[in-house]
Write a protein that binds this ligand. Structure first.
Ligand code: PMP
Length: 388
């Protein structure tokens, strides 16, 4: 029997307009949204190549790198993470994963699938790692690859001292991989100056483009390591040497590898164009000012930040302790129902313990900070458990 066409697809599409102040995605600007309705182009058309070149230039500025192997992966931030490990890890390689929240453990799930030898260096709950802790772990494990999330969006922890960590990696002849999905554009990041070998970021956070296309960059050292592999990269789709040929990274003719979404290219190009026009230092400064305002407001309404030291707080994803007598789900539902505003709960190690408030891209403004503070306060007052 032939299946009939589903009834629900006879209804027209309805998408509500929400204010996205969770850990991501953030709202796109009108310029980015408008770009998405351009005609679809073929990914091998010269106009698309030109857009890809524009994106590459923007991504190099974003990461502050001259790496020729700068490209985008078709997939969300997780695809960037998978690209890092699938290219840089071979059977038995020791991979040291820094854990300041969920993301180090997520990385472990990937490294284990590649038969990497997973080791951890874990921070105290609510704290960044100290250089001493990291150096101690280097001495003990002698890793070939070291991974850290500059900003861990599950805990709201910012890992400072990446420059010094880069020096440690150089000393121990170890590749340095940095996840900047939740941090880039909200805090300083200097890929070349800090000797980072592989970095990836998200399109849907500070940049405010749709998810599904992820900027990544490999240092020459990382590319040399990939070229010297004894075994094939265990993913065809995420093979950096192949994807890099689509993105004209290696002075070889562009190849067809997979169909890159031209629509996602438009969105990312426009998001990068806006970022460049504003200037990275200004964007970073704005995010820090907004987070500072939020942190002051949090204190004023009697709440407490989760991350102990102010210097270890990520300005883009702000974690606030859920006070006693308050259920975060009720607060979150109240904000969404009444104001179409997203306030998230914790993730991984912070489940049920924190609210997560994203101040990213178009939502990193004083107006949005005040809005989210007012709504958070009202939602807590309206939903909290009152003892009789
Ligand atoms: N790393 C970090 C630090 C993140 O915050 C996220 C997304 N929240 C990811 C990786 C994964 O990105 P995505 O959800 O886009 O796959």
């Amino acid at each position: 029997m032939e299946l009939p066409a589903p009834e629900q697809l006879k209804q027209s599409l309805y998408v509500p307009n929400k204010t996205l102040m969770g850990p991501g995605p953030s709202n796109c600007t009108q310029r980015v949204l408008d770009s998405l309705s351009n005609p679809v182009l073929g990914h091998m058309h010269p106009e698309c190549f030109e857009i890809m070149d524009d994106i590459k230039a923007g991504v190099k500025y974003l990461f502050q790198t001259k790496n020729t192997a700068t490209m985008c992966i078709s997939g969300s931030g997780t695809a960037g993470m998978e690209t890092a490990f699938v290219n840089l890890v071979e059977d038995g390689d020791v991979v040291l994963l820094a854990c300041t929240g969920l993301w180090g453990y997520r990385a472990a799930e990937m490294v284990k699938r590649l038969n990497g030898d997973v080791r951890y260096v874990e921070s105290r709950f609510g704290h960044a790692l100290s250089l001493k802790e990291i150096e101690f772990a280097f001495e003990g494990h002698k890793p070939q690859v070291f991974f850290i999330a500059q900003g861990d969006s599950s805990t709201g922890i910012l890992q400072p001292q990446l420059k010094e960590i880069g020096e440690l990696c150089e000393k121990y002849k170890c590749l340095f991989v940095v996840d900047t999905v939740a941090s880039l554009g909200g805090v300083e990041f200097l890929m070349d100056a800090w000797k980072v070998d592989m970095a990836y970021t998200g399109s849907q956070k500070v940049l405010g483009a749709p998810a599904g296309i992820t900027p990544v960059s490999f240092s020459d050292r990382a590319i040399a390591r990939i070229r010297a592999r004894k075994s094939y990269v265990k993913s065809y789709y995420f093979d950096a040497l192949l994807v890099g040929q689509c993105w004209n990274c290696f002075d070889t003719p562009r190849i067809y590898h997979h169909t890159i979404s031209s629509t996602l290219l438009y969105g990312l190009r426009e998001a990068l164009a806006q970022f460049c026009a504003l200037g990275r230092k200004n964007v970073i400064h704005r995010h820090q000012e907004c987070s500072h305002r939020l942190q002051c407001g949090v204190e004023e309404i009697g709440l407490e930040m989760f991350v102990v030291k102010a210097n270890d707080r990520l300005p883009t994803v702000n974690t606030i302790k859920v006070p006693a007598g308050v259920e975060w789900q009720k607060v979150s539902q109240y904000a969404m129902r009444k104001y179409k505003l997203e306030i998230s709960g914790g993730l991984g190690p912070t489940v049920d313990q924190v609210f997560r408030i994203g101040l990213m891209g178009a939502n990193a403004t004083y107006e949005r900070v005040d809005l989210v503070l007012n709504i958070l306060h009202e939602a807590i007052q309206s939903t909290k458990f009152v003892e009789k």
